[in-house]
Design a protein around this ligand. Sequence first.
Ligand SMILES: [Zn+2]
Length: 328
Amino acid sequence: MAARGQDARARSAHARRKQRTARAAGLARLGVVVVLLVVGAVAAWHVFHGGGAGAAGATSATQGRFGNEGSYEVRISEQAKAFSTPPELVGSLPSATGRNPWRLGAAVLNAVPVTDVVVGAGGSVNAIALTFDDGPSPFTAQVVKTLARYKAHATFFMLGREIKAHPDAVREVLAGGNAIGDHTWSHSDLRRLSVKERRDEIVGTAQQLNTTGSPTPTLVRPPYGSTNPTINRFIRSLGMLPVNWNVDPDDWKVNPVPSVDAIVAGVVDNVKPGSIVLMHDGGGDRTNTVAALPRILAILRNRGIRVVTVPQLLKQSPPGADKLLSSY
Ligand SMILES: [Zn+2]
């Protein structure tokens, strides 16, 4: 009996051990799955925010992919710190009709479904558009001067808080015959905002431009390029068109900061007729962008490529389906 009793105890101890082992194996398998999920999510985030070499390849000029802007913090300028949230909206947005120089016209608007964001113009003209984001800033005047020297015009996607902090720079951009687009008040990811916050960010910026003497913008560039069909439709309901880019010379990168040579090559090696190029005159130290610009403009001029505003480019050659995306 005693032996059988010991046997039974041994058997049940063995069974308990087996159970524990099975439970441990189950937990280990679960752990592996969780780790894989986390690694996958981190990798997806990394690719979305353009952190990896693979992402950089995928965001090259011709593929119409973008989003690289996401991995850097847009620094608030000293003057703009007091204006970090959009003001209470008063009234609605004056519509961009009549004599607005940036009016897009039916041919452009009809070419873009209301759910889509534009990443480039059609290729039927030998012209491109340079865009400068996150300003205005103390670097803006130099950019404007260089553009004028080459009889080129660019589109500045401005932040409301920086417009309020640097109104003179807005007027210099306008006096140079350049276009201004809306880049939200505080560089917020529109996908993370409520409907009211989206309206405040976009309409507040457009109203601040009006206050500064600018026509109402007809273009919105979503910060980080981050958008979706709902946001695109909302921007269209405001009478504006969402526009991203299809050439990114990475001038926003900080670690390491790209050289002047790299920024020049990033533009001139990748542009095609109708390209829209992402550059920055605000959000950080833009010394290298400012230094790259005259070289870029000289090379483009030698190739006979005109540098025009985004509204001009789109009107000259409305985007085909290959220059439209519904989300990013
Ligand atoms: Zn930006």
